[in-house]
Design a protein around this ligand. Structure first.
Ligand code: DC
Length: 232
């Protein structure tokens, strides 16, 4: 039996965050930005002097912290709260993204976050974005989506996003950073970034957010109709 979950996986800058949030708003469903959880863990690690090599020490700290992600009603990025404190800006930096990618190779950390993520699955439904949402966290999702785009386009998007936030970072540095993260995220041993079986694959390189959203919405409605007729 499939769950009322739509998973959206893909590499950095593929548009999964933007599309996922818009989709959740359109469906009136909950939204999980799993990358924000890994970023929040990276933030806690740095605050406590924990490095990627000593990451198991982070697990004790995690028992004492409470993460919340709050979607914004009109686009933008979800807010990330750590014990009630808004750490959204701190976790969106390129450094925090790199650290998140480094600690995400740790299987103990991934297991600890599994239940945290699954708790987001509540009625009326959930849109979950990340790297292993369809392959590991929600294998019974009713629709699995995989968004991708060329490295060049994804780097340009990140460059623009940072510029809008008045963060100056050279394009070449962003390109290299994303390339490194892609390699680490897709070659790690546990829950690597991969296209889940049966996923709707969309290359967003030359599509607008609205066009991608429409393709995914069409996929959701087709799935819902199929499930309804199967139930009759
Ligand atoms: O989606 P993002 O860029 O915010 O994710 C930051 C890092 O967190 C990403 O490079 C790898 C890790 N991550 C993961 O391993 N599994 C997920 N489901 C989401 C993110």
């Amino acid at each position: 039996m499939s769950e009322r979950v739509v998973t959206i996986d893909g590499p950095a800058g593929s548009g999964k965050g933007t599309v996922g949030q818009q989709l959740a708003i359109r469906l009136g469903w909950h939204f999980l930005d799993s990358g924000a959880l890994y970023r929040a863990c990276a933030y806690v690690a740095v605050q406590n002097g924990i490095t990627a090599e000593t990451i198991d020490a982070l697990l004790d700290h995690l028992e004492r912290v409470r993460f919340e992600t709050k979607p914004v009603s009109q686009g933008g990025e979800a807010r990330v709260l750590l014990n009630g404190e808004d750490i959204s800006a701190a976790v969106r930096t390129a450094e925090c993204g790199q650290m998140a990618s480094k600690i995400a190779v740790n299987q103990n950390l991934r297991s600890a976050l599994l239940n945290v993520q699954r708790k987001y699955c509540r009625p009326p439904g959930l849109v979950a974005d990340g790297r292993d949402m369809g392959s590991v966290v929600f294998p019974k999702a009713m629709l699995k989506v995989y968004l991708t785009a060329s490295l060049k386009v994804r780097s340009q998007r990140k460059f623009k996003q940072l510029k809008e936030k008045e963060i100056s970072l050279k394009y070449d540095k962003i390109y290299k950073e994303i390339e490194n993260r892609d390699l680490r995220d897709s070659t790690r041993r546990h829950a690597p970034l991969t296209t889940p079986e049966g996923a709707l694959v969309v290359d967003t390189s030359s599509l607008s957010v609205d066009e991608v959203l429409q393709l995914v919405l069409d996929g959701v409605y087709i799935k819902m109709n199929t499930l309804e007729s199967e139930a009759q």
